[in-house]
Design a protein around this ligand. Structure first.
Ligand SMILES: Cc1cc2nc3c(=O)[nH]c(=O)nc-3n(C[C@H](O)[C@H](O)[C@H](O)COP(=O)(O)OP(=O)(O)OC[C@H]3O[C@@H](n4cnc5c(N)ncnc54)[C@H](O)[C@@H]3O)c2cc1C
Length: 416
């Protein structure tokens, strides 16, 4: 099989990279190791992408925004009022998405654009050719060799870049993941005393029945909100099949612990597990070392470069296993940007990264990893890859003005 652009990983960034590449006329293949597109947003249950707006104006649009707004409209949902400032509650501008609907719409758009989609497949070997790559993939039931001109790594972990021989970075203390599942206590919670419930939780932790981070909120709050994002999964990692398996086993075991514990409390015997995301949401594994590395200072000062291809807007959001998270908000008026060089692994040719694994330090990455930004970097990488394939050159050699013009013609907002 041969194509112009091979996108590896079909999360928020991969969907947008593949869509942009195909709509720009490049023969595009998307391989995804899971059973559906959307990645952390869908398979990880984090169905509240943000942030597309900053300080009263839209800063990220393009193909990701197109899909998000389609999903909201077809679900009779409502967009937040983006003209109302959020103050410290930045999450009020995130957009609630119906997960299966988003998956179906993304698939429809990808197939409609001519993208060839392979589920359950991952690269096992990547070899440089004079004008591109030969990528061997393994999938349930088949081995495939794909020859392509450009690769866009949207795995969230820089897995394809690493297979191709490029450097990845990882922090000494990785942020925890979170397993999103929902419980229903099936009872009137007003009859419960918050302190008494909490004392039961603390005792269960002491006895080893529960682990401290199985519920990081007060237990009553957890019950009122149906579970949701209350836990931390320590050292969550999905960068290899083994690590992904271990992480998911730990997440599901924690949900079972909580369910059994709750059903042991008088009055909560009818608690039920209503839904479980297919996988644990992973916040951090590896970042690629790029031609430029976005620092915390770059991010918080809203630095612009000549090759800034998109905006990024979210507080610094560093989670710690022991202490949780205290988001650090950007100063009024500041909007960060991402240079194309942060999407190019250092010393690479014919390969880009997008999404969570772009070249950045840990603190900057804790903000850059959010879905609107992943969509924007994905679209930018898809545009650069398609142009590079068309011209028979490497993405670093494509004129940034040409990348920006292509992005704008597909609805993206690029920094002026
Ligand atoms: C608990 C939690 C809360 C969060 N809260 C928010 C929030 O409030 N708002 C927000 O916008 N963002 C939030 N985020 C961050 C955001 O969801 C992710 O960082 C973002 O979705 C990552 O997108 P991505 O495209 O880079 O990677 P992913 O969405 O992780 O997609 C990567 C895809 O690549 C596939 N893949 C991986 N390796 C391979 C391989 N070798 N071959 C083929 N396919 C592969 C995976 O199966 C996956 O589908 C949160 C994340 C977590 C975990």
């Amino acid at each position: 099989m041969a194509c112009d652009v091979l996108v590896v990983g079909g999360g928020s960034s991969g969907i947008c990279a593949a869509l942009q590449s195909a709509r720009a006329g490049a023969a595009t293949v998307l391989i995804e190791s899971a059973h559906q597109v959307g990645g952390t947003m869908t398979t990880g249950g984090v169905n509240f992408p943000g942030l597309f707006h900053a300080w009263g104006r839209q800063v990220i649009a393009g193909v990701g925004w197109e899909l998000v707004t389609k999903a909201v409209a077809l679900d009779d949902g409502r967009l937040p009022d983006f003209t109302r400032p959020t103050g410290r509650c930045h999450y009020n501008h995130q957009i609630l998405i119906n997960i299966p609907l988003f998956v179906a719409l993304a698939e429809e758009a990808l197939v409609g654009a001519g993208v060839t989609l392979h589920y359950h497949a991952a690269p096992v070997r990547i070899k440089a050719l004079s004008k591109g790559w030969r990528v061997h993939t393994a999938a349930a039931g088949n081995l495939r060799a794909i020859t392509c001109r450009q690769i866009v790594d949207c795995t969230g972990n820089g897995s394809a870049a690493a297979l191709a021989g490029f450097e990845r970075l990882q922090a000494r203390a990785r942020q925890p993941g979170t397993f999103i599942y929902r419980i229903n206590p099936n009872t009137d919670l007003s009859k419960f005393d918050a302190d008494e419930l909490q004392a039961r939780y603390d005792a269960a932790v002491k006895e080893g029945v529960l682990q401290r981070n199985d519920c990081r909120w007060s237990l009553l709050n957890y019950l009122q909100r149906g579970g949701d994002t209350a836990n931390y999964v320590e050292n969550a990692d999905n960068s290899t099949a083994e690590a992904r398996t271990r992480t998911n086993l730990r997440g599901r075991a924690a949900a079972l612990r909580m369910l059994r514990f709750l059903r042991s409390i008088p009055g909560l015997e009818n608690t039920r597990l209503e839904s479980m995301s297919p996988e644990v949401g992973v916040r951090e594994t590896y970042r690629v070392r790029g031609e430029y590395l976005i620092t915390h200072r770059d991010y918080t000062s809203g630095k612009r470069w000549k090759d800034s291809v998109c905006h990024a807007f979210y507080p610094i959001d560093l989670h710690r296993q022991a202490t949780g998270v205290q988001p650090a908000h950007l100063e009024e008026g500041v909007v960060a940007t991402v240079p194309l060089r942060a999407l190019l692994p250092k010393g690479s040719r014919n390969l880009l990264v997008a999404g969570r694994c772009i070249s950045s330090d840990q603190r900057a990455n804790s903000a850059l990893r959010v879905q609107a930004t992943c969509m924007a970097t994905g679209q930018a990488a898809g545009a650069a890859a398609a142009l590079a394939a068309q011209h028979g050159i490497s993405p670093a050699e494509v004129l940034v003005e040409e990348v920006k013009a292509l992005l704008m013609s597909h609805g993206a907002i690029v920094p002026g």
